[in-house]
Design a protein around this ligand. Structure first.
Ligand code: CA
Length: 229
């Protein structure tokens, strides 16, 4: 198997270096970019398998980097946020980041998150052999897992890898209530009450892209996919 590439966009040198050292020790090829524009250029030049993105960056910020690289090609993104900066976190998840880690974090914790995210992407890819499974059709919603494409009322929606996986997970058991903690554990591979905001933010993105009526909030519990008419 070819070496997996990780792009680290972080202007704090000590953090970038310790993250890179840990990931290289785990067998990844790592590239570091120190500004927003340099991060976008690096992602364009050599498409990475995963991007680790600091929010506060010179040039333009990590959220803008995320927007730009996701617009070109879906790639798993893990954002690094300052403690308690909830706005950054929510905006980051809204612009297509898949997971987040709050500073300060240990390199070990970061590596665990990276592995969980890559495993999830791999699982999603292996779950379907192209052309094998017929599209999942629920009312006017059509999900083609083999091609990782989604249409609603004939219109294609562009989802990030995490948004797609969440939608498929909900759609496999339509109308069933999925607790937020369970979704976090099943899809993100970690469980922590604070992480349920990650789930909320991805649901919000799915509603924005596919229609607000598609996913029902079960107050205080979680979410259920409604079958659209
Ligand atoms: Ca920074």
């Amino acid at each position: 198997m070819r070496e997996r590439r990780i792009l680290v966009v972080e202007d704090e040198r000590t953090i970038a270096e310790s993250v890179a050292a840990r990931l290289r020790a785990e067998g990844f090829a790592v590239e570091i970019a120190g500004t927003g524009p340099a991060g976008v250029d690096a992602a364009r030049r050599t498409p990475p398998d995963l991007v680790i993105l600091d929010v506060m960056l010179p040039g333009f910020d990590g959220l803008e980097v995320c927007r730009r690289i996701q617009a070109e090609r879906p790639v798993p993104v893990l954002i690094l946020t300052a403690r308690d900066d909830e706005t950054d976190l929510l905006v980051g998840l809204a612009v297509g980041a898949d997971d987040y880690l709050t500073k300060p974090f240990s390199p070990r914790e970061l590596a665990a998150r990276v592995h969980a995210l890559l495993r999830r992407v791999d699982r999603a890819r292996e779950a379907v052999t192209p052309g094998a499974a017929p599209p999942l059709v629920l009312g006017d919603l059509e999900i083609n897992e083999a091609e990782r494409r989604v249409r609603r009322a004939g219109l294609e929606a562009h989802l990030t890898p995490t948004e797609f996986d969440l939608l498929v997970h909900l759609a496999r058991r339509p109308r069933a209530v999925h607790p937020r903690e369970r979704l976090l554990a099943d899809l993100w591979g970690w469980a922590d009450a604070s992480g349920t905001r990650t789930v909320d933010s991805h649901v919000k993105a799915l509603r924005r892209k596919l229609g607000a009526d598609l996913i029902r909030t079960v107050h205080g519990v979680g979410y259920a996919l409604e079958v659209p008419k």
